[in-house]
Design a protein around this ligand. Structure first.
Ligand code: EPZ
Length: 474
């Protein structure tokens, strides 16, 4: 799909037919916009925790059990990779329950691993667990969303400091640990989510103590720490982004119900606001979404938190949820800066910007996590939005991208009337924002490449139907 998040809003089909054209032509959703989304949908375990929890199961010498696993493509990729490494995965009794048996972890054929090349960024997290279990690891070319260069230098440097030997070859990266893995002191140049997880998954069974400074502390990371602790790890989370891990010689299994997907929850919230709708997101949790809720309110969106209540006496329990709705009055412009936790998540940015096109005044968005995550605004402009992107750090704090000439700030002038268009989905979150824009626009849009949304949004077409959206496959 689109190479760098800057793809054009219109599929440029030519007279000749190639695989991409056929794929795009087949993979299209026709969206009749202008209907407010209304109703209830449910979110399950967070994509960005579940996939890591699955990798953690490799470290144990007993089976692990994970609940609420969504049916999304990223889960299938990790499932495939674990299977290749001898982990036996079965469905549990509950819908969404997976059981991982790592009793027979074994080396996998590099060609077979390479079938998954380019499909996800999770394979990089197999390094530590495979080095512990097998003494060697092979990592294919990584995939994931094209939202900037997404280097893995922090990961490889951390692994080297643990004692791994990293050998980059054309087919992928081979790693060995000739003298085992040993605790280390490591300072991350930036609080990277993936690199923090890399250190955690490696340090838990490395000999001695590891101290990680400038660590990411996203709720998904804290939940991963909970999982590792259930398996027998000793991990202390200190103040000021310092995590200390005391290595242990063995880990057991875990049984875990993951935190809900706060990115998916915010995406549906943004869809409710942009379409003047009213959506209750079952499973959404206030504590993990505080920063989003503050911005949602400052824009003028309404929400109500319903706390979960277990069944008691004869009365039935209540599932926790957050209901998000458009107030019916004008929305206000706002200024926001994406950041690491507890800041405003970069993954919330694209869906919310569609709602900001409907707010009166000038909204400012400063993207400080990824250098190229505003390319999708071009498509919104073709639909009638008025969004300018800038190289400057707008909105206050200078970030690492200001000096490097990246268009990473946006000014959104609203409100704009959006009209239908032909759209090509460039990456997961921008893709969902395209979908929201098509739902909010007057007229019939064709959204190409929608299958990409299945990477991170479970049953999104069924959920759209539940919310009364008028969408169809041609
Ligand atoms: C995770 O990606 C998520 N993916 C992303 O979600 C999310 O946007 C991101 O964290 C930030 O919250 C998964 O969990 C699978 P990072 P990750 O390492 O771990 C730079 C989605 O749509 N960096 O925190 O890959 C990097 O370039 C996805 O669900 C280095 O320079 O993100 C970026 O600018 C998209 N060198 C910044 O750090 C490195 O070795 C943050 O990246 C690693 C990262």
């Amino acid at each position: 799909m689109g190479s760098d998040g800057q793809s054009s809003a219109r599929p440029t089909f030519t007279g000749t037919t190639n695989a991409l054209e056929v794929a795009l032509t087949d993979d299209v959703l026709v969206v009749h916009g202008g209907t407010p989304l209304q109703g209830k949908i449910r979110v399950r375990g967070a994509k960005n925790l579940v996939s890591k929890a699955m990798v953690a199961a490799l470290l144990g010498d007993e089976p692990s059990r994970l609940y609420d696993v969504p049916r999304i493509r990223d889960v299938e990729v990790v499932r495939g990779l674990l299977g290749l490494h001898g982990v036996n995965i079965t469905d549990g009794d509950e819908d969404g329950e997976l059981v991982f048996d790592p009793a027979n972890v074994e080396s996998a054929d590099t060609d077979e691993i390479n079938v998954h090349a380019g499909s996800s960024r999770i394979p990089i997290l197999f390094c530590g667990p495979l080095l512990h279990r097998l003494g060697h690891a092979f990592i294919p070319d990584l995939g994931g969303c094209h939202i900037g260069p997404r280097p893995i230098d922090f990961h490889l440097e951390a692994l080297r400091q643990f004692g791994a030997v990293v050998d980059k070859r054309p087919e992928g990266i081979h790693l060995t640990a000739p003298t085992g893995l040993h605790g280390t002191k490591f300072v991350l140049p930036y609080p990277s989510v993936g690199a923090t997880e890399q250190v955690l998954l490696t340090a838990v069974m490395a000999e001695g103590v590891t101290e990680l400074r400038n660590a990411a502390v996203e709720p998904e990371i804290i939940d991963l720490i909970c999982i590792l602790q259930k398996m027998g790890a000793i991990i202390k989370v200190h103040t000021d982004r310092v995590i200390e891990i005391q290595g242990v010689p063995r880990l057991g299994g875990y049984s875990h119900r993951p935190i809900p997907d706060r990115i998916e929850a915010a995406s549906w919230a943004a869809a409710a606001l942009a379409t003047r709708g009213d959506v209750e997101v079952l499973g959404a949790q206030q504590a993990d979404m505080m920063t989003f809720l503050n911005i949602f309110r400052s824009v003028g969106g309404s929400y109500e938190v319903v706390d979960a209540r277990p069944p008691r006496g004869g009365s039935a329990g209540v599932e926790g949820s957050i209901r998000f709705w458009h107030p019916g009055t004008e929305l206000h412009a706002t200024a926001l800066e994406t950041d690491v936790h507890p800041g405003f998540m970069t993954d919330w940015q694209q869906p919310l910007v569609v709602a900001l096109t409907q707010a009166r005044g000038l909204s400012i968005v400063h993207e400080t996590v990824y250098e190229q995550r505003l390319g999708y605004t071009e498509a919104l402009n073709k639909m009638g939005a008025n969004i300018q992107v800038y190289r400057d750090c707008l909105g206050g704090t200078p970030c690492r991208f200001g000096r490097r000439n990246f268009k990473h700030s946006a000014v959104i002038a609203g409100p704009s009337k959006l009209h239908a268009a032909e759209l090509v989905i460039p990456d997961l979150r921008a893709g969902f924002s395209h979908l929201i824009a098509a739902l909010a626009a007057e007229g019939t849009s064709r959204v190409y490449g929608v299958d990409l949304i299945n990477r991170g949004y479970e049953d999104f077409e069924a959920k759209l139907a539940d919310l009364g959206a008028h969408v169809e496959r041609p």
